[in-house]
Design a binder for this molecule. Structure first.
Ligand code: ADP
Length: 483
């Protein structure tokens, strides 16, 4: 089975969030199951020289964007047996960041077209193209509209995974007509039109043979108006082809037993080193070295999605408790300012590091007792999985993948690997934090919860198997989805 992943970010090359973790780790697992999986992504200027220097240019051609022919290079790098293709165009991708540019519509129109054009140049026709999020969502649509009759392309099936429905790639109509070169007739509410614009995500949901979400709960949630981001109607229409498959984590990369970022690696039978990791991080941030005071961390994009409005509401009260807190994150100015202000108000209790730092994140997961993730919505969430693997007990809101992976501790039967609350309510969160702190003081109970969290299987094994089944099922279909 030949599968091509198309994605806008991928570990270890470039990462802004969980999408990159998934794109970096799921192919490894599929590869070990015998699938010929390759990954295609933009060649960003930000990819480190270590990898850039190893890339080999294998093809050059041009891609038509509107009336212009844009240069497109394909560079190749094989890592752990997996072939990665990088779409090279300096003008579009050699920039300081990944997204948020005035011409994102054009940049990703180019990328989507380049992916499809590249197949004939590479003479690689996969059985399935697996697209991820809006950045690659136009591919299934363009494939059906422009390539259906072209040799090699006619049997390709598509899977589109929604990692976050909030980001849809909404652009003016001209992106569709002038740059993608699609007929006016597709500017219609049943097609790509979306409240006076066009919508990449909508194209993927319309045209892909199968659509997946990154957790079963999120699959149901997005079919409601509250979570559906105005696409719930369309998602309901595609209910039969919509499947929730839970994300896993790369258990090699996120493994406290042999994590190179940790001075004191630890496993379930060596929790003394977790205590040392806590002391190490307390010392690093200038917090007092106290074992009995729980250390709660947040490692997150600083955006409203992550439930930061709840944190804003009751942080004063949280910090009245005997607790220490460290926040590592970057994002909206409003939240960065808030945490920095609170950090200077409570210097003995709250430390804030604004930025993105993979190594520091690992040390924080290792040192933390509690991991706070009270998301407003959460397609899957990897933070809580990594935290549990490192024995940091998650406190989460019961939404999306958080609902599927964190099971609230029940003192009646002793079962549970975290703490959770249901309503998006700051005082419910505060109550839950206090509840977790209460059990933290009962060492035996706490060790039991830590064991439950650390011993669960967060690997890709089960989910990769489900993806493989999905691909296999698609390949046997005689026709692709008609829209
Ligand atoms: P999302 O993809 O919505 O940002 P996830 O929980 O799915 O959230 O994945 C977030 C990933 O990014 C995790 O691997 C987390 O450790 C990492 N991460 C988030 N913020 C930072 C940061 N400031 N520094 C380092 N890693 C971060």
């Amino acid at each position: 089975m030949k599968v091509l992943f198309t994605v806008s970010e991928c570990v270890p090359f470039i990462k802004s969030g969980g999408l990159a973790d998934v794109a970096g780790s799921l192919p490894k697992e599929l590869f070990s199951l015998g699938t010929d999986v390759r990954v295609m992504l933009p060649k960003y200027g930000k990819i480190s020289a270590t990898y850039r220097n190893k890339m080999k240019k294998i093809k050059e051609f041009s891609v038509k964007i509107g009336w212009r022919n844009q240069y497109c290079g394909i560079e190749e790098l094989v890592l752990n047996g997996i072939t990665f293709y990088f779409i090279d165009n300096e003008y579009y991708f050699n920039r300081d960041g990944l997204y948020g540019y005035y011409d994102d519509g054009e940049r990703f129109s180019f990328f989507n077209k380049a992916v499809l054009e590249s197949l004939v140049h590479l003479d690689f026709f996969p059985d399935v193209i697996h697209c991820h999020d809006w950045h690659t969502a136009m591919i299934p649509f363009l494939l059906r509209v422009n390539y259906d009759q072209k040799e090699g392309y006619e049997f390709i099936r598509t899977v589109f995974t929604i990692h976050n429905l909030q980001f849809q790639g909404i652009f003016p109509k001209e992106i569709m007509t002038d740059l993608l070169g699609l007929n006016e007739r597709f500017y219609h509410p049943d097609q790509l039109e979306f409240f006076g614009n066009i919508n990449f995500m909508k194209a993927g949901i319309l045209a892909a043979d199968k659509i997946t979400t990154v957790s079963p709960t999120y699959r149901s949630e997005i079919q409601t108006a509250y979570f559906g981001e105005k696409l719930d109607g369309l998602l309901k229409m595609r209910d039969e082809d919509l499947i929730g498959i839970l994300n896993g984590i790369d258990e090699e990369f996120y493994n406290p037993v042999k994590d190179p970022h940790l001075k004191y690696p630890f496993g379930m039978n060596n929790l003394k080193n977790k205590v040392k990791s806590k002391q190490e991080i307390q010392g690093y941030f200038g917090l007092s070295i106290k074992e009995d005071t729980p250390l709660m961390v947040m490692i997150t994009r600083l955006t409203a999605q992550k439930g930061l409005d709840l944190v804003k509401c009751v942080l004063h009260e949280v910090l009245q408790e005997d607790i220490q807190m460290i926040v590592l994150g970057t994002g909206d100015w409003e939240f960065e300012q808030f945490f920095q202000r609170m950090g200077s108000e409570f210097p003995d209790k709250l430390k804030v590091h604004i930025g993105f730092d993979e190594g520091l994140a690992h040390r924080l997961y290792a040192g933390a007792d509690l991991f706070l993730m009270p998301s407003l919505f959460e397609p899957c969430g990897l933070g809580q999985l990594i935290a549990m693997k490192y024995g940091a007990i998650p406190i989460v809101r019961e939404t999306g993948g958080l609902n599927d992976t964190v099971h609230a501790y029940n003192e009646q039967n002793g079962i549970g690997n975290g703490f959770s609350f249901q309503n998006f309510n700051a005082h419910d969160m505060l109550f839950t934090i206090r509840r977790a702190m209460h059990f933290y003081q009962h060492r035996k109970v706490w060790e039991h919860i830590v064991h439950a969290a650390m011993s669960k299987d967060y690997s890709w094994a089960q989910s990769a198997f489900k993806y493989n089944q999905l691909y296999a099922e698609l390949i046997t279909r005689s026709e692709s989805h008609v829209f």
